[in-house]
Design a binder for this molecule. Structure first.
Ligand SMILES: Nc1ncnc2c1ncn2[C@@H]1O[C@H](COP(=O)(O)OP(=O)(O)O)[C@@H](O)[C@H]1O
Ligand SMILES: [Mg+2]
Length: 313
C-alpha cells in the first residue's frame, strides 16, 4: 500500500491511498490550520463535509465524488480519487489561462441546484446545524478579523458577519473556490465541504465570484473573460433561485464580495498568488466597494473593468 499526501489545502490531512487494484482518497480534519495566523477549528466539522458530499451525490450524481465510508469517531472519510486525462482542477486551468470551457456557468448551475433543493420541504437539515463552526471557519477569520484591521469599514464588515450568522436559509458549502472544484468529463465536481452549514445563499455565490475577481486583477490577459465569467456564473445560478427574490440576493452578494476581496488580502487566509502591488490595488478597490456597493453584478463587473484598467494604465 502506498500513501501520497495531496497538497493545496490548509485544513486537513488528505492523501491518495494506492490499494493495488485502485486508488482512493482519505481525508481527516486538522485541529489547527496550516496558516501563519493562529486559526483553530473543531475536527467534528469533517462530518459536515461527508454529509454535504452525500447530498451533492443525490442531487447531481454525475457531478459528485463517490463516498466509500466515513468515521465520525476518527473525523475522517474515504472517497473516490478522481484522476485521468479528462480530470483537471479549475484553479490550474484559470491560472494557466487555458481555454474557457464555460466552467463558471457550470459551477453556478450546480450550486444553484443544490441551494434550491436544500430549501424544499423534507430536506434533512440535521447534519448542517453548524453555524458555530461556520463562525470559526469563515465569519471570524474572513470578516471579524479583517474588521479589526480596517476600522474604517469595521461597521460594514461586522454587519455582514451578523447577517451570515443569523441566516439558515440554504445549504451553504462554504468553500466554493476553484481550488476545490475538479472538472471531470466537462462536469464540475465540488470537493472540500467542511464548512457546510445552513446559512445565507449569498456566501457561496460571493465566495466563488470573489475568486474570479481576484484572478481578474492578477491576470490582465484573462481579465475580460474572468469578469464575464462572474456574469455567466450569476445567470446560471440565479435561474434556480426560488426561495427569495433574485434582486435581494444579488444585492447581498454585491455587498459581500468586496468584503471577501479585502478578506483575501488582510484576513487570516490570504491568497498566495498576488504580488504586493496587486494586493494594494485590490485593497483599494475593495474598500471603495465595501463603502459603496453596486446594486447589480453587471454594474459591479463594469465598474471593476473601468477601475482595474485605470490602475494598470
Ligand atoms: N477525491 C479527490 N480526487 C482527486 N483529487 C482530490 C480529491 N480530493 C481532493 N483532491 C485534491 O486535493 C486538494 C486538497 O483537498 P481538499 O479536500 O480541498 O482539502 P483541504 O481541506 O486541505 O483544502 C484539492 O484541491 C484537490 O486538488
Ligand atoms: Mg481545499
Amino acid at each position: 500500500m502506498r500513501i501520497d499526501p495531496l497538497s493545496g489545502g490548509v485544513a486537513s490531512d488528505i492523501a491518495v491511498v494506492d490499494l493495488g487494484d485502485k486508488s482512493i482518497c482519505a481525508k481527516f480534519a486538522l485541529p489547527k490550520l496550516k496558516v501563519k495566523e493562529d486559526w483553530r477549528a473543531p475536527v467534528h466539522r469533517n462530518r459536515a463535509e461527508y454529509e454535504w458530499l452525500r447530498v451533492a451525490a443525490r442531487i447531481a450524481p454525475g457531478s459528485a465524488v463517490q463516498l466509500f465510508g466515513s468515521s465520525e469517531h476518527l473525523h475522517g472519510f474515504a472517497m473516490e480519487y478522481l484522476q485521468g486525462s479528462d480530470v483537471y482542477l479549475w484553479k490550474a486551468a484559470l491560472l494557466e489561462e487555458r481555454e474557457d470551457r464555460s466552467e463558471a456557468g457550470r459551477v453556478g448551475n450546480l450550486l444553484g441546484q443544490i441551494h434550491a433543493i436544500s430549501t424544499q420541504p423534507g430536506f434533512d437539515t440535521a447534519p448542517f446545524h453548524n453555524r458555530e463552526d461556520f463562525r470559526a471557519l469563515r465569519i471570524e477569520p474572513y470578516l471579524t478579523f479583517t474588521a479589526g484591521r480596517h476600522p474604517e469599514v469595521a461597521d460594514e464588515l461586522v454587519a455582514l458577519a451578523e447577517m451570515l450568522f443569523e441566516s439558515g436559509q440554504v445549504l451553504v458549502h462554504g468553500d466554493i473556490s476553484p481550488k476545490n472544484i475538479l472538472f471531470r468529463n466537462g462536469q464540475p465536481v465540488i470537493l472540500d465541504a467542511e464548512c457546510a452549514t445552513m446559512g445565507d445563499a449569498s456566501f457561496d455565490a460571493s465566495f466563488c465570484i470573489n475568486h474570479l475577481i481576484l484572478k481578474a486583477a492578477h491576470l490582465p490577459a484573462s481579465r475580460q473573460r474572468l469578469l464575464s465569467g462572474v456574469v455567466e456564473f450569476w445567470n446560471a445560478y440565479s435561474a434556480h433561485i426560488v426561495w427569495e427574490p433574485k434582486n435581494k440576493l444579488e444585492e447581498r452578494i454585491c455587498g459581500l464580495v468586496p468584503a471577501l476581496m479585502l478578506a483575501r488580502i488582510d484576513g487570516k487566509s490570504p491568497v498566495e498568488y498576488l504580488s504586493a502591488a496587486e494586493q494594494d490595488r485590490i485593497r483599494g478597490l475593495a474598500l471603495g466597494f465595501v463603502k459603496a456597493p453596486t446594486p447589480t453584478l453587471r454594474d459591479f463587473t463594469r465598474e471593476l473593468t473601468n477601475r482595474m484598467e485605470g490602475v494598470d494604465a
